[in-house]
Design a protein around this ligand. Structure first.
Ligand code: UDX
Length: 469
């Protein structure tokens, strides 16, 4: 099929490359010349393991990249994968969606039945908005000359190729019979694993031999749009919940890793998304929970559980800062080294990360910050120009002459640090591991004052009230 993916960001570039691998003639379209030039030079516009290789291999064969909207004229399917950042009031800013819709409208072929698919996370009702903008710009009619569909993307950054080639489910919201058929044809190769060669280097970062075939789930457009928000908010609740349990474990002397293991054995709960952290963050959970809360307030249908998850997440960021303050007594004049600025490993995405909140709170309390990230430093620095941070090019440099090292993101390279080399260069031996990934007993033997989250025995004696005594 002839496919156009509008947007060359974390969704559009990955979707485009994946459909090209599956044999469709796919063009990635973006108004940003730099990103398109990069793609045409066989390079990925984002850091995502395995993506560079696919773009280099398929560019000019089944994958194409352009800034020219003329390509819409030939397309049978157009994905909209542009950004939907938050506005100040929390609602999603649809300006890029509107722009894309208008440009699609101006270039739509009246003699072709084109399916326009929202892949970006967009508020319920956006498909109707896009349809009306296209109608106005083209003079054509929805469900006659073109149809709308919602096909939310569930990929995780850092594991995008695995998630795209081996998804749990494909959600398709469309009410038009012809567009249902187009969507089924579009996903045929993926559903039947056609062109999936386990030994091919294309699947080096993706192949999952245990993955069950995905469920293909057809529903109405509004429900499809809602499934994405409801899923992300649920995951945010799950992480906030385990982080709250971690705080209580720490107070009572229980161990959150043991608790999460024991909880995860219940198939109703599941073991995923029970990993403790300094709080969830990134480009999706903060904006999607904000949009859901703003919309629910607008329609007087308040979501108290989602609100609690957001509040609890802020408490988790604060909890990490308080822990450091408790240990170092005062932060004034203290040097703190931060390992990890992205919201999780294997991505360069530094949008809305917990590091920005935690670093700001530490600076406000008087600390001086040194920081490192293997791939996210440039974007973090750009987005947080107001933060006075010394950026260094190696993890070891972060640890030189500091009063505390705080590991925020569990990049593999931090797990391989030779900590015996680190200790002599630190001013004091405090190491806070907010992901509980480092080897506690080894570090303690080396002489570190090691703390994780939710795993340190409390010195407080728990007092029970003995009734009738
Ligand atoms: C998320 C959804 O998982 C994905 O389906 C959707 O398409 C986009 O949003 P992503 O933002 O890439 O994906 O990251 P994800 O791996 O889900 O992690 C989200 C946040 O939760 C990160 O800050 C991560 O570090 C944190 N997290 C996740 C935890 O703290 N503990 C966990 O157990 C899991």
């Amino acid at each position: 099929m002839n496919i156009v993916c509008i947007g060359s960001g974390y969704v559009g570039s990955v979707t485009g490359a994946a459909f090209a691998v599956l044999g469709h003639h796919t063009t990635v379209l973006d108004i940003d010349h730099n990103k398109i030039d990069l793609m045409n030079a066989g390079k990925s516009p984002i850091y995502e393991p395995g993506l560079d290789h696919l773009i280099a291999k398929y560019m000019g064969r089944t994958l194409f990249a352009t800034t020219d909207y003329q390509v819409i004229y030939q397309a049978e399917v157009v994905f909209i994968g542009v950004g939907t950042p938050s506005k100040a009031d929390g609602t999603a800013d649809l300006k890029f969606i509107r722009l894309a819709a208008e440009s699609i409208g101006k270039h739509l072929n009246p003699n072709k039945f084109t399916v326009i698919i929202n892949k970006s996370t967009v508020p319920v009702g956006t498909a109707d908005l896009v349809a009306s903008i296209i109608e106005e710009a083209s003079g054509l009619q929805v469900n006659k000359h073109f149809a709308m569909a919602s096909n939310p993307e569930f990929l995780r950054e850092g594991y995008a190729l695995e998630d795209v080639f081996f998804p749990d489910r494909i959600v398709i919201g469309t009410e038009h019979e012809r567009s249902k058929k187009v969507m089924q044809a579009l996903y045929f190769n993926l559903l039947n694993r056609v062109n999936y060669d386990e030994k091919s280097s294309d699947f080096k970062f993706a192949y999952n031999s245990h993955a069950a075939l995905p469920t293909y789930y057809e529903t109405d457009i509004k429900s499809a749009e809602m499934i994405k928000y409801a899923s992300n908010a649920f995951l945010a609740v799950k992480v906030s919940y385990i982080n709250e349990m971690a705080r209580l474990c720490e107070t009572l002397g229980a161990n959150i890793t043991e608790v999460a293991n024991g909880m995860g054995m219940d198939s109703r709960i599941g073991s995923k998304f029970l990993q403790v952290s300094s709080g969830w963050s990134g480009s999706c959970f903060p904006k999607d929970t904000a949009e859901l809360l703003a919309t629910s307030q607008k329609y007087s249908c308040e979501l108290t559980v989602v609100q609690a998850a957001v509040d609890s997440n802020q408490q988790m960021h604060d909890y990490v800062v308080d822990k450091i303050k408790r240990k170092l007594k005062t932060l004034t004049g203290k040097n703190i080294g931060i390992l990890g600025l992205t919201f999780k490993p294997n991505t360069d995405d530094a949008r809305k990360t917990q590091a920005s909140v935690i670093i700001k709170e530490l600076i406000d309390a008087g600390a001086r910050i040194k920081a490192h990230d293997p791939h996210g430093m440039e974007m973090f620095q750009q987005l947080n120009a107001a933060l006075d941070v010394q950026y260094v090019t190696s993890a070891i440099e972060v640890t030189n002459n500091v009063d505390a090292v705080v590991l925020l993101t569990h990049w593999d390279e931090y797990l391989l640090i030779d900590w015996s080399q680190v200790l002599p260069n630190m001013r004091s031996p405090y190491l806070l591991d907010t992901r509980n990934v480092l080897k506690q007993s080894h570090l303690q033997k080396l002489g570190f004052d090691y703390e994780g989250l939710g795993i340190n025995s409390s010195k407080n004696k728990i007092e029970f009230e003995v009734k009738g005594a």
